[in-house]
Design a protein around this ligand. Structure first.
Ligand code: T5A
Length: 234
């Protein structure tokens, strides 16, 4: 039985996902969170979607190059889902079962927001894909990095530098990105137990602190710890 099949939601590590629009700071904050968790003695695994395994990274290259887009949004959702199955089976679930905390840059909420809200894909298909692909293995905590789309796109463009090519999603217009923002906020409003909205327009250190406060709630001792070199552990 593949590990991605429903096993009653029994996982030992914490599963944390980072979501949000383009250039919201997910990669930056993911790195910072990993470092802080590790400094507190938490065994961690950093990963991303689409991607995370050789097969899923190959799908990622095709998706971001726009090679799947001509087949339509349903085909894109299927390819993102295929990548997710491999990612869950080969990487995320083994790490969780081994007690490691997994921090994943994007996951199911990106499919809901991009292919669902933006692509107008039948919500029944999104739900069915989630059931088959993810089962009960939902994240314990989803951090939704929220900021006006123009700030995110400007950050993504700055990072890309002159002459760098925008990917298929970064090339979309402002309405696309504002719809995306609203979609993530809607997900957060519908699932307040799992999702925390983080103001990502703040300076990097302030965003990292908000994230640390939210993540602390997953661990005994909470975020008041974070004290390297003491007996405290997250
Ligand atoms: N997708 C994905 C779907 O359509 N469906 C799906 O199911 C899934 C899983 C992935 C694309 O695939 C789509 C969504 C995406 O379009 P990607 O390359 O992984 O593409 O792109 P993103 O996830 O959007 O990541 P980005 O790299 O664009 O942005 P990040 O990671 O959010 O931002 P980051 O950390 O790289 O920061 C961007 C720049 O801003 C600076 C950083 O230094 C960097 O230069 N920065 C800040 N500057 C000022 N203040 C702050 N607080 C800052 N934080 C970061």
């Amino acid at each position: 039985m593949p590990l991605s099949a429903d096993r009653g939601g029994v996982t030992r590590g914490r599963f944390i996902t980072l979501e949000g629009g383009e250039g919201a700071g997910k990669s930056t904050q993911g790195r910072r969170l990993m470092e802080r968790l590790a400094a507190n003695g938490v065994e961690t695994l950093a990963t991303r979607e689409p991607g995370g395994t050789p097969l899923a990274e190959a799908y990622r290259a095709a998706l971001l190059a726009g090679a799947v887009a001509p087949l339509g949004v349903a085909a894109e959702a299927l390819v993102f889902s295929a990548a997710r199955i491999d990612h869950l089976d080969a990487k995320i679930l083994p790490a969780l079962l081994a007690g490691r905390t997994v921090v994943c840059d994007r996951f199911i909420d990106s499919t809901r927001a991009y292919q669902g809200a933006l692509g107008d894909l039948d919500p029944h298909l999104i739900v069915a894909l989630e059931r088959v692909v993810v089962g009960s293995h939902l994240p314990d905590l989803t951090l939704i990095l929220d900021l006006p789309s123009e700030i995110g796109l400007a950050r993504a463009a700055e990072r890309r530098g002159q002459g760098g090519l925008a990917d298929r999603f970064e090339r979309q217009d402002a309405v696309f990105h504002e719809t995306l923002r609203a979609a993530f906020l809607d997900i957060a409003a519908r699932e307040p137990g799992r999702c925390r909205v983080i103001d990502a327009s703040e300076p990097e250190d302030a965003v990292a602190e908000s994230i640390w406060q939210a993540v602390g709630q997953l661990f005994p001792g909470g975020s008041k710890v974070g004290l390297v070199g003491t007996d405290h552990q997250l």
